[in-house]
Design a protein around this ligand. Structure first.
Ligand SMILES: [Zn+2]
Length: 144
């Protein structure tokens, strides 16, 4: 995980007013206001130097997402709090499961998901890094 100082996150003009209005709405309508947190994607990317908070890989082709560190389904009051936002790659911010082994990976709805799957996630992140650097190396040196 990367350290990011969220106090330095630059909020667009009028963002806090929109966030306050969104949090005042019914808890079941949180996703109706997803544009509020999506508007912080670019500032979060900038603050994170384009690196995923979880795997620390520079995101060149990922959709990149504003991840809710504390899931909005369990912590609806933090859905519009910038201190709860992290820039995350698609891989780290997605729920994945293997039906044969019944193993799950990636983001889960239960907090703290990172602690429960930390061993498995560490292995996956190592594999991702190897694959990433291999892909990069083979692009710059087709002989590889
Ligand atoms: Zn990631």
């Amino acid at each position: 995980m990367r350290y990011i100082n969220l106090d330095q996150l630059e909020l667009p003009d009028g963002w806090q007013v929109r966030a306050d209005a969104a949090i005042a709405d019914e808890p079941g309508k949180i996703k109706d206001h997803s544009d509020v947190w999506r508007d912080l994607k670019r500032p979060l990317m900038k603050l994170s130097h384009d690196k995923c908070y979880y795997c620390e890989i520079v995101q060149e082709r990922s959709d990149g997402a504003v991840d809710h560190f504390r899931p909005k389904s369990k912590y609806p009051w933090s859905a519009f709090s910038p201190s709860n936002y992290r820039f995350a790659c698609t891989f780290c911010n997605s729920v994945r499961s293997d039906k044969e082994s019944e193993k799950t990976g990636g983001k889960e709805k239960n907090f703290p998901s990172m602690m429960r799957i930390s061993g498995q996630l560490a292995v996956q992140m190592r594999q991702m890094r190897v694959q990433f650097f291999w892909t990069r190396a083979s692009q710059t040196n087709p002989a590889l």
